[in-house]
Structures are given as C-alpha cells and as structure tokens.
Design a binder for this molecule. Structure first.
Ligand SMILES: Nc1ncnc2c1ncn2[C@@H]1O[C@H](COP(=O)(O)OP(=O)(O)OP(=O)(O)O)[C@@H](O)[C@H]1O
Length: 678
C-alpha cells in the first residue's frame, strides 16, 4: 500500500476511505477492527465492502419483492381452493389430511382428539362413537376409553405430493376474526396446486369425501337444525353418527311397521319419481307419528333413516331456532334425498287453527300445558308472541314451498293429534298416520325379550380369537351344536320370564320408555326385574300422581298470578278513569260557573241599558248621564278582567273598547279604558 495515500492522523496500515468513515459512523470502532484485520490477517476489508453492500442490497430487494413475486405466481400460475371452517368440508378435508404422511411427519403440528371444526364441535351433543348414555359402544365408560389422537400440520405452508402432483396445504391464522370466535376457529385453510386447471384439487376433495362417507357407512348421520356459532344464521349441524338401529328393535304393530316400510320403499323407487313428475304431483311424502311421550316415535324415525341409508335432519318446532325465516332457510338447504324429522308440531302456536286466523278472533282454547320434552311455550299467533316465530300458515308455506326439496321423507311427530289443524295433516302433507301407544301385554313381553334375549355378538368381546383356530372340525361342530342348544334353552327361559313379567304389568298404562328404564336398571338380573315389577308399577303410579299434583298446583298458581295481575291492572284502569271523570266534572263546573256569571252580567247590562233608554226618553239628555254610563261600563270591564284572571282564559269584553294609548302594549294590568262604546 502506498504510504503517501495515508493521512497523518489515520491508522498507519489501513487506507481511510469514505466508506470507512460511513461505516465508522454506523458501527463505531469499525476502522480499528479493519486495521487489526489488515495488520494481522493481511486482508484489506476495503475491497470487500462493495461486495457486502451489494449482498445486503440484494437481500433487501428480495425481502420486499419475494412476496410480490410469490403473489404474482399464485394468482397467474396456480389454482387454489379455500376451505370453509364452518362447513362439513372442514371435517372431511382434515380427516383426510390427518391420514397423510406429510401431516404425520410435520415438525410443527396440532393434535386433536376430535378432528371436527370447533364450531361443529360446539354443537355436538356427543362424540361419534358414543351412545346417548355416555358410554361407548363396547359399554366402557368415558374414563376408561382411550381417545385416538389426530395430528394435523400447524400454521404455515406444507408441501406434499398427491398423484404425482406437487401440492401446498396452507393453514394460516385469521387476523380479522371477531374476538368472540374460539381460538381454534380463527384459521384459514386452503390447498393449492401449480397450473391453472384445478382438477387435481377437486379429485382430492372427492377422495376425501368418499373416505369420510365410507367411515359412516354403517351409521345413521344425524343433523340438527341450529344457528351457526356466533351468529343467528340457521344451519344444519352434524351432531351424531349413530350405529344404525335395526327396525326389529322398534316394537310396534307388525303390520303397521311393514306398511310403513313398503310405503317408503315404493316412494323411494326411481320409477315413482318419474310417475310423480309425469302427473305434475310434487314428489314428497309425509308421515305423522303420534302418541304419548316415550312410545318410540323418534326411535322409529331413526330406524327408518338407517334402514334406507339416508341422513336424518331433525328440527324441533318448540326450539328457538324454529322461526319462520330460519325454517325456510333450513328447508332450502336440505339435500335431495333425506329424512326430515319435525318434532313437537303440537306446539301452542301451531294448534291455533287457520279458521281462527281468518276471522281474526283469538283462540278460545287456553294454551295447552307443556308436555315433558317441550322446551318453550308455544308460539305463533298469540298476542304476546315474539315477532318472527312460526305460525301455522308459515309452516304450511315452508312444507309446500318451492324452496323445499323434492324427494325427501317428511316425518312429523306430536303428542296431541287432536290439537292439530286439519290443514297440516291433510293428504299431500301427511300421507300416512301411525299411532303409538302405551305398551300392551305383547309389547311388554317384546320389550323384555329385547333387553334380555341373547343377541349374536353379545359375547364376541369375551371370545379369544385363537381358541377357534386350535380346535379341529369335529370340535368346532360340537361347539356350534352346544351353542345352539344353549341358545334355545336361553330363549325358552327368557320367553317364560317375559310372559311372567308382562302378566305383572297392567296393559296400556306404561310407555315403552318407562318399561325399558325399569328393565335397564336390572339388565344383568331378569329375575330381579320381575320381582320388582310390582314395586315399579306402584312407584310409577305414585310418581305420576305427584307429577300431576305438582302440575295442577303450578297451573293453579299460574292462574292465580294471572288473575291477580288482571285485578291489579283493572284497579289501575279504574283509578285512572275515576281521575279522568273527576277532572272532567271539575271542568264542567267551572264552565257552568263562568256561563252563569256571563249571563248575570248580560242581564245587568241589559237592565242598565233599559234604564238609560228610559231616562233618555224622560229627559232631553245631559253629560252626567254619559258619565254615569261610562262609570257603569268601567265596572263592567273590571268585572270582565276579574273573570279572566279567575278562569285564566282570555275573556272577551264585548262592550269595552281597549284604550289606544301609546302605553297600550306595556299594560300595567289595570286596563283603564279611555273611551267606551255605547
Ligand atoms: N316402541 C318402542 N320400541 C322400542 N323402544 C322404544 C319404543 N318406545 C320407546 N322406546 C325406547 O324409549 C326411549 C324413548 O323413545 P323415543 O324417543 O323414540 O320416544 P318418543 O315417542 O319419540 O318420545 P317423545 O314424544 O318424548 O319424543 C328410547 O330409548 C327407545 O329405545
């Protein structure tokens, strides 16, 4: 290095360039570091600075432009599908993703025991594999059941190969989500592929759906009409996938059951749809199931849906969701082939007939007392009903409306057939009516058999798989024969017990649900169920009586309260009326008084006028007369003013002409007239 180029105060070994001065400014001590490097390593950093700066500039440019570049690639050269997290497609895709290698090998992942979207999960009353009583299908309790874990990739972009194509799975947190959403709901999910044709994404979604459906093959999918979480928008939420209930487990008159199956089979036949459309008849079929609570109406609907492998969509007309608008939206969203179960159509609003609607009169019948299971009081046409609730005509419009899908099986259930409007159950809306009743002797025996008879698969769990393999043919045959013999013996024993039990239960008094409840309490001991049958009968009767007394008492209290409120209201009205009458009377009295005074004054005036005329006639007339006239008129004006002050009303003083002095506007209140009209 040329020593001449060095300045006097600089470090002897390192040339002082403007870059160094600048770097020294940003990184104090850099020049010392550079001279040390130069001295000991013989490297002149001066040469590398432009390179470092260039690299920094390139990094900066890349940082800013890469996002733009990537956005351009995405919008022009890629296809993508966004997944709605409040839709069932979320569950479908995530179930698929959880089974992929890229998800299982992800370094950052989300673990779930339940793959369903948070908003779906919120509305599930049970998990798929569980029964209503909280135990799983193998009878284990929740505590002992181990839940399977599902792994899905965490937030970010994840790459994977699908059928030879390179795809991206993106899961991002949603910044703009409203704060009331649960944390797991604040996410956006999309799948992208290179190329402008999205067929591969559609294929992926179809595959995911088929896999998802396959899982549900042996189950009845139950959807419930509800509102989306965090909004009032109605939607069908999948809430349960239950093992299909065999028709045989619903105890009902054999012929009725067969007729129902035949009717639905015929209706669902493809030729029937053509037949309907050729004749211009709406392709719909409606069934009404009626009877006391716990007699099997819902069970039959579920069994029917399972038998025909259809999804069942349930909405209770006594729930808050069942407003006219919501129900119309729900019906418009139904798939083409499904079972729709409308529960509790006897809610008070719908028992109000259309005839009553027409003449505008109020229902003469008092609102029906609520039945067990009925959540809210009825709605519809009563005066105090909330706006937007369901009315009978609203429901009829929805059932017949163009928006409601053709091809569906509509089932309506009610506890009170007699309360329903004829329009609701006329042919076309209801094509078959099935009655459910309390159990007769045969039914009681059937319920007993259903609980205690040995069913294939009951002790599969106990059987060890290897024992069969060890046995030879002869032994197997022997075992099968033995099993058959035991089965026969068992059946005969259960049959005898069923008859014994049925004899102890009075016919047509108890619902199948009540009997089932008693039998389940002794499910391991049929003898105990029989021995305690009398106790059950007594206890149930007693409970019912207590319930009736309680209901009657509640009714009486409600009636008393209503009467009290009515009396109070009447008292208030009377009081108000009395006050109004008094005020009116007072006003009238005042008026009469004023009129009397007026009349008196008038007669006085006339008298004076008469006198004046007489005196005029008798004498030729003098100034004193005029002055006396003037004074009498003055007293009249004073009278008028006094009256005006008393009644606080502007009073006309007919005979007095107001003084036209310049002080007229600032009247002191005396109002002394200056001239009087005769
Ligand atoms: N006819 C029946 N056959 C078999 N089981 C029945 C029958 N009736 C009732 N049960 C049993 O009783 C319970 C309640 O029955 P379900 O819900 O079907 O009655 P429901 O008539 O729909 O009652 P609600 O009118 O209160 O809705 C179920 O567990 C069901 O298994």
């Amino acid at each position: 290095m040329d020593p001449d180029t060095m300045s006097a105060d600089s470090t002897p070994d390192v040339p002082q360039t403007p870059q160094f001065a600048l770097l020294d400014f940003f990184f104090p001590g850099f020049s010392m570091f550079a001279s040390a490097v130069h001295k000991y390593a013989h490297i002149d950093l001066n040469l590398y600075i432009p390179l470092v700066m260039l690299f920094g500039a390139l990094t900066l440019v890349w940082n800013y432009s890469s996002q733009y570049f990537w956005d351009q690639v995405e919008s022009h050269f890629m296809s993508s599908v966004d997944i709605r997290i409040d839709d069932e497609i979320y569950n479908i895709l995530m179930t698929w993703v959880a089974n992929q290698r890229f998800a299982q090998g992800a370094r950052r992942f989300v673990v779930n025991t339940n793959i369903n979207s948070r908003s779906w999960y919120l509305w599930r009353w049970d998990y798929d594999e569980e029964n209503e009583d909280g135990s799983d299908i193998t009878g284990q309790s929740n505590e002992s059941k181990k839940k399977a874990l599902s792994y899905t990739p965490s937030f970010g972009t994840h790459y994977f190969w699908y059928r030879g194509r390179f795809l991206l799975f993106k899961r991002n947190s949603k910044e703009s989500s409203s704060s009331f959403m649960a944390v797991s709901e604040r996410e956006e999910i999309s799948v992208c592929c290179f190329g402008r044709n999205p067929w591969i994404l559609k294929e992926l979604l179809h595959e995911a759906r088929s896999l998802y459906m396959e899982k549900d093959q042996q189950k009845t999918l139950i959807y419930r009409g509800t509102t989306r979480s965090g909004s009032t928008e109605p939607t069908w939420q999948r809430c349960l996938a239950r093992a299909t209930r065999p028709f045989s487990t619903v105890i009902l008159n054999k012929k009725t059951k067969q007729d129902l199956i035949d009717d639905v089979t015929d209706y669902l036949h493809p030729a029937t749809q053509r037949w309907y459309s050729n004749r211009g008849i709406p392709y719909r079929r409606g069934y009404l199931l009626y009877g006391p609570p716990g007699t099997g109406k819902s069970s039959l609907s579920l069994a029917l849906a399972g038998f025909f492998k259809m999804r069942i969509y349930i909405v209770s007309l006594s729930s808050i969701t069942a407003s006219e608008e919501n129900l119309a939206t729900l019906f418009a969203e139904l798939p083409r082939r499904c079972v729709v179960l409308l529960e509790d159509i006897d809610t008070a609003g719908l028992t109000h007939t259309r005839e009553q609607d027409k003449d505008g009169s109020e229902s003469s019948a008092a609102p029906a007392p609520l039945e067990p299971g009925q959540l809210t009081p009825g709605n519809g046409n009563t005066k105090n009903e909330p706006v937007g609730r369901l009315s009978l005509s609203g429901l009829l419009n929805i059932l017949d409306g163009v928006a409601s899908q053709e091809g569906r099986v509509l089932i309506m259930t009610t506890n009170h057939l007699e309360k329903l409007d004829k329009a609701l159950i006329r042919p076309g809306r209801v094509d078959m009516i099935v009655e459910f009743g309390h159990a007769d002797t045969d039914m009681t025996a059937s319920i007993f058999r259903a609980i205690f008879a040995h069913i294939e698969g009951d002790d599969d769990a106990a059987a060890t798989p290897n024992t069969k393999e060890l046995l030879d043919d002869e032994a197997l045959k022997k075992e099968a024969a033995e099993k058959e013999r035991r089965q026969k013996e068992d059946d005969a024993r259960v049959e005898a017990l069923a008859v014994e039990f049925a004899a102890k239960i009075p016919a047509h008094e108890f619902s199948p649900a009540e009997l089932q409840g008693h039998l389940l309490r002794h499910k391991r001991d049929p003898r105990a169920a029989i021995d305690k049958a009398d106790e059950f009968v007594e206890q149930t009767r007693k409970d019912r009586k207590e319930k009736e007394i309680k209901a009657a008492e509640e009714k009486r209290l409600a009636e008393e309260k209503r009467k009290e409120e009515e009396a109070k209201q009447k008292e208030e009205e009377d009081k108000k009326k009395k006050e109004e009458d008094e005020a009116k009377l007072k006003e009238e009295r005042e008026k009469a008084k004023t009129e009397k005074k007026e009349r008196k004054r008038k007669s006085k005036r006339e008298e004076r006028k008469k006198k004046r005329d007489e005196s005029k006639r008798s004498s030729s007339g003098s100034g004193s007369d005029a002055s006396s006239d003037s004074s009498s008129d003055e007293s009249e004006a004073e009278d008028a003013q006094k009256k005006s002050a008393a009644t606080k009303k502007p009073v006309e003083v007919p005979d007095v002409k107001p003084a036209k002095s310049k002080h007229e506007k600032k009247d002191s209140g005396y109002g002394t007239p200056t001239s009087v009209e005769a």
